[in-house]
Design a protein around this ligand. Structure first.
Ligand SMILES: Nc1ncnc2c1ncn2[C@@H]1O[C@H](COP(=O)(O)OS(=O)(=O)O)[C@@H](OP(=O)(O)O)[C@H]1O
Ligand SMILES: [Mg+2]
Length: 393
């Protein structure tokens, strides 16, 4: 089902049809609820394919904003570059979901009411969104082609208003995850996960600033020196029970994919652990104390966004620690759904600080969980033991 990438710079190649080995045009515009074509071996392949294409198209928009407006603006007060990227990417992805799975709901990070008040910003986003398309016309039309008008863009953004919950098909969408990284000129991610009856089944993540090479080592500067020609950009995906893959982000048809997996950790003291850049988002002091307790000598790798999940899923790091700063903060489902399935399908485990699986059935937040701990299955218990000791749980 997967192929290896033969060219060292495959993102520059025009890739041939077929666009996906799983895709059947006969159910392109039909929700699986009305066309139950899934079989045991084909489950969620259509959803994966559309999610990947939609994330890829939205990543074109975010990259355009990143290079033209955002890169390195974090010291300035103007946050509008990330606002533009967020709203634009959310509109494009929701349009693709509505076109292909009209009965599905979306939990999106953004909603358009503030944008409706700010006509200039709305017009600026529309000028950008209306011209974003995949180079491959067939792929683009599978996603619904261009949005019809500024109003339909605003409507699409508003359709991310599902309350979530334990029943039905719900997409969790973070159009620009790692907004600080986006403004800083570092890592950010376009993230989409499908939750069915409370369980994550599909995930797709675009990381325009991660290296294509799955074996490239990471450090806290990874992606910090971006240029439009640096050749980075990865599209990750996973389906429950079907494994996880990476492929280069392209601007047209999907590139060939490769399976990814977490690397074995025979000696935990040599593990590489990742954490967020923002001290307000996870307790870097507690993270460091856990690492020390495990005997880990390497300094942490600090990356913004779900690029952390992606990096450990492909064995560029080993452990992701997100120990809470504030007791009452509830993690958002869109910050974790796609990363959770990616890591679990790559051979890892994702839990909260108590060792419980993340529960995506509680609405828009992970109300039943605190913090996140992700590691290869074989060492997860040891990591949780250290977390409990440090946090005195
Ligand atoms: N207090 C607190 N605790 C935990 N998490 C929080 C908190 N506040 C915000 N957020 C969410 O963190 C998301 C970014 O996570 P990152 O892993 O990128 O964090 S970091 O910036 O690298 O530190 C970020 O997502 P984006 O807004 O999409 O960037 C927020 O949803
Ligand atoms: Mg986020």
């Amino acid at each position: 089902m997967t192929t290896t990438v033969p060219s060292p710079r495959p993102y520059l190649r025009v890739l041939p049809a077929p666009v996906s080995p799983y895709y059947s045009p006969s159910f392109a515009s039909t929700s699986p609820q009305s066309a139950p074509l899934h079989t045991a071996t084909m489950s969620y392949q259509q959803e994966r394919f559309i999610a990947e294409l939609a994330v890829q198209r939205a990543s074109i928009l975010t990259q355009k904003v990143f290079f033209e407006k955002a890169k390195g603006t974090v010291s300035k007060d103007d946050k509008s570059p990330v606002t533009i990227g967020d709203f634009g990417a959310q509109a494009l992805i929701i349009q693709a979901i509505r076109k292909n799975f009209p009965n599905d709901e979306v939990v999106g990070e953004e909603e358009a009411s503030s944008l409706r008040q700010d006509k200039d910003l709305s017009a600026e986003i529309w000028r950008l969104v209306k011209d974003i398309k995949l180079d491959d016309a067939e792929s683009d039309s599978l996603l619904g082609g261009p949005l019809a008008s500024e109003e339909s863009m605003l409507d699409a953004i508003d359709q991310g208003n599902s309350p979530g919950g334990p029943k039905g098909r719900i997409w969790a969408l973070d159009p620009v995850d790692g907004t600080k990284g986006f403004l800083r000129g570092g890592q950010y991610a376009v993230c989409l996960g499908l939750i069915v009856d409370g369980d994550v089944k599909v995930g797709a993540i675009g990381t325009p600033n991660l290296p294509i090479d799955d074996t490239a080592p990471i450090d806290s500067n990874t992606g910090a020196q971006q240029s439009a020609t640096s050749g980075n950009g990865v599209l990750f995906s996973a389906v429950l029970g079907e494994g996880a893959t990476s492929r280069p982000l392209t601007s047209g048809v999907l590139a060939p994919s490769k399976p990814i997996s977490m690397r074995p950790v025979p000696d935990i003291t040599q593990a590489v652990f990742c954490e967020g850049v923002e001290a307000a988002h996870s307790s870097q002091g507690d993270n460091a104390a856990v690492a020390q307790r495990l005997g880990i000598t390497n300094a942490s790798v600090r990356l913004d966004s779900q690029a952390k999940y992606c990096s450990i899923a492909r064995g560029a790091g080993d452990i992701y620690l997100r120990l809470p700063v504030k007791k009452d903060y509830q993690e958002k489902i869109w910050d974790h759904a796609a990363g959770d399935i990616l890591v679990r399908e790559a051979g890892g485990q994702v839990t909260d600080i108590y060792g419980a699986r993340l529960d995506f059935s509680k609405g828009r937040t992970l109300a039943a969980n605190k913090g996140v701990v992700a590691a290869p299955k074989a060492i997860q218990d040891e990591v949780i033991g250290a977390v409990k000791a440090v946090l005195k749980l």
